[in-house]
Design a protein around this ligand. Structure first.
Ligand SMILES: Nc1ncnc2c1ncn2[C@@H]1O[C@H](COP(=O)(O)OP(=O)(O)O)[C@@H](O)[C@H]1O
Ligand SMILES: Cc1ncc(Cc2csc(CCOP(=O)(O)OP(=O)(O)O)c2C)c(N)n1
Ligand SMILES: [Mg+2]
Length: 570
């Protein structure tokens, strides 16, 4: 250009978008507002998908699930203070689930925040975010956007994945700079999540433990699902001949119908196993911290643990053979070593586990056939089990208490990362964000099986589902309450029980309100017909399934976690 040609400029808005796109991040889950409303518009103008939600918590859940499904950080964008706080729950949940997500929130200028001068939506968001995420960064200058986005991406996906916070003061977005210099300031991250191979000595130690095993078990966790080394995991399971127990979001890495699947014989597998291989799964509350009668005789077990985070070892019980590395590399190294050492499959033990699983599945099968009206959980889930068996490419989203615990054991999953649920925390309200992200990121049909209370945490997002015309079928298990619908007011007063809802609420009319299909069903046949029609049409659909209010158990399978009052019962 000539001497007097106008300088071509860029600005913070466009550099942030360019940095995300340069790193193959093409979707933003957000709620617009000051100071990011135009940022979303420019992102859309630059070809990014910008999915606007009705509440930041669900935009955040969507971003975290996008991270789980794609191994790239899902991006949630919010306004400052209250919008940031709404997103923070999802960021903390992503970090707890070890899923990569970046929360980008607009913020007030430092000089006002630091003097507490009372700005619009003023909050020291960087300080507030730090305890709930892996890393937190704040931008001040547009020229730093390239390196900041690179840092945020690498922090989110390297090692144990998790949530990262990126704070963007409003004024920074408006800063301009020379476009050529701006382009040079961008960074395309190189190998942000490198494979981490286990030390040879660690492999040898694990093999020596496996050699002693007579009744081994492999517990597969969502870290293995996230790793996407599906073939190597299958090879490890099948070559070892070990029974495997999938945790809820590892279901489908090997199909639940696999002959080595021990899910239906969980109690036997946990109690009688003598060597347990934890494969991208934590020994935490979901596994009773590796202790108690569920695990058989104290000290009767040896644990081999495969985890990318060295500090996870010995978190709850002693790990005899820690294998630090990614699931794919560790599994590969174990398979090679097993072949050299001639580790024999435990046929008798596998037969024992398989026969127990078969007996338990037959017992369950009879409960799934009943055509009761109103339906109970088993008759409704028997229908959805069959639907997923017939359409295994449908992604299942699931939350609730009874609705969660029973669906987890009744609905088989046939493909990796085709079940998304409440995760390590057990969070209610993840359903709609998860369903939207699963649909946006995979283009697949999504079946969201929601307790009516769980749905209540995120129900407004059915408008988002309709607005983007997403092929999502929401089935609300409407038992008129939390856990059950027949609760009583312990004070005997006129107020409803603390756990009850308006009886026979018409959730289906909510979907109709926004142009979707709403169906109220009371029998298994009607449920089957409505769900199959929804999956066939791809139209946003809400099936309001009446469930017997007396059918559930308090807190589903985890009622034992509730503290009891001895005084009240005196
Ligand atoms: N790519 C990976 N390779 C190995 N371990 C991983 C990987 N990604 C995550 N992890 C680990 O997997 C574990 C997941 O455990 P958890 O979330 O408790 O699974 P689940 O609830 O399914 O048992 C975490 O300890 C995390 O550090
Ligand atoms: C953010 C948050 N707030 C409260 C809770 C506590 C809870 C756990 S399960 C549940 C809802 C169970 O009722 P639902 O109707 O969904 O299912 P069903 O048993 O079939 O009737 C609640 C409120 C959690 N986990 N997270
Ligand atoms: Mg309920």
């Amino acid at each position: 250009t000539g001497e007097d040609a106008p300088l071509e400029l860029t600005d913070g808005f466009h550099l942030l978008i360019d940095a995300l796109k340069l790193n193959d991040i093409n979707t933003i889950y957000n709620v617009p507002g000051i100071p990011i409303t135009d940022l979303g518009r420019y992102a859309q103008a630059q070809g990014m998908r910008v999915i606007s939600f009705r509440h930041e918590q669900h935009a955040g859940y969507a971003a975290s699930v996008a991270g789980f499904l794609t191994k790239k950080p899902g991006v949630c964008m919010t306004v400052s203070a209250p919008g940031f706080m709404n997103g923070l729950t999802a960021l903390a949940n992503a970090t707890t689930n070890c899923w990569p997500m970046i929360l980008i929130s607009g913020s007030s200028e430092r000089e006002i925040v630091d003097l507490a001068q009372g700005d619009y939506e003023e909050m020291d968001q960087l300080a507030m975010a730090r305890p709930f995420c892996k890393a937190a960064y704040r931008l001040t200058y547009a020229e730093d956007i390239g390196i900041a986005v690179a840092r945020a991406i690498r922090s989110a996906v390297s090692g144990r994945p998790g949530g990262v916070y990126l704070d963007i003061p409003g004024a920074m977005l408006g800063q301009t700079m020379d476009a050529a210099k701006g382009a040079q300031s961008l960074v395309k991250v190189i190998d942000p999540a490198p494979r981490q191979t286990p030390a040879p000595g660690a492999i040898a130690r694990a093999i020596s433990v496996m050699k002693e095993a007579r009744r081994p078990l492999i517990v597969i966790g969502k870290g293995a699902a996230y790793d996407q080394s599906d073939d190597v995991v299958r090879e490890l399971v099948e070559k070892s001949g070990y029974p495997f127990l999938p945790m809820s979001m590892a279901k489908g890495l090997l199909p639940d119908t696999h002959p080595q699947c021990a899910a239906a014989a969980r109690s036997l597998a946990l109690k009688d196993s003598d060597v347990v291989i934890m494969l991208g799964a934590r020994i935490n509350w979901l596994l009773s911290h590796g202790k108690g009668k569920q695990w058989g005789e104290p000290g009767g077990k040896k644990f081999i643990q495969i985890d990318i985070d060295a500090e996870e070892m010995d978190s709850n019980v002693e790990i005899a053979a820690p294998l630090v590395g990614d699931v794919g590399s560790c599994a590969r190294a174990l398979i090679d070593a097993m072949e050299n050492e001639g580790i024999a499959p435990p046929e008798a033990w596998l037969d024992q586990v398989h026969s127990k699983a078969t007996v338990n599945m037959e017992k369950m099968a009879s409960r799934l056939q009943n055509n009761s009206n109103p339906m109970d959980y088993h008759s409704a889930l028997g229908v959805l089990k069959q639907v997923i068996n017939e359409q295994p490419d449908t992604i299942l989203v699931n939350e609730g208490a009874n609705t969660l615990d029973l669906a987890r054991s009744i609905i088989n999953v046939h493909k990796p990362r085709h079940r998304i649920d409440v995760g390590t925390w057990g969070v209610m309200g993840i359903g709609m964000g998860a369903a939207i992200a699963a649909s946006i990121e995979t283009g697949k049909r999504v079946l969201a099986v929601e307790g009516d209370s769980a749905f209540g945490f995120c129900g407004m997002e059915v408008e988002t589902i309709c607005r983007y015309k997403l092929p999502i079928c929401v089935v609300v298990f409407n038992n008129n309450g939390i856990y059950r619908g027949d609760g009583e007011n312990w004070g005997g007063g006129d107020d409803p029980a603390t756990t009850s809802f308006v009886p026979d609420s018409r959730y289906d009319m909510m979907m109709e309100a926004f142009g979707g299909v709403g169906v109220w069903v009371k029998t298994p046949d009607a449920l089957r017909q409505a769900v199959n029609a929804a999956l066939a049409s791809g139209k946003p659909t809400l099936v309001n399934a009446a469930i017997d209010p007396a059918a559930g158990k308090e807190s589903g399978n985890i009622g034992n976690l509730n503290p009891q009052s001895v005084v009240a019962q005196a």
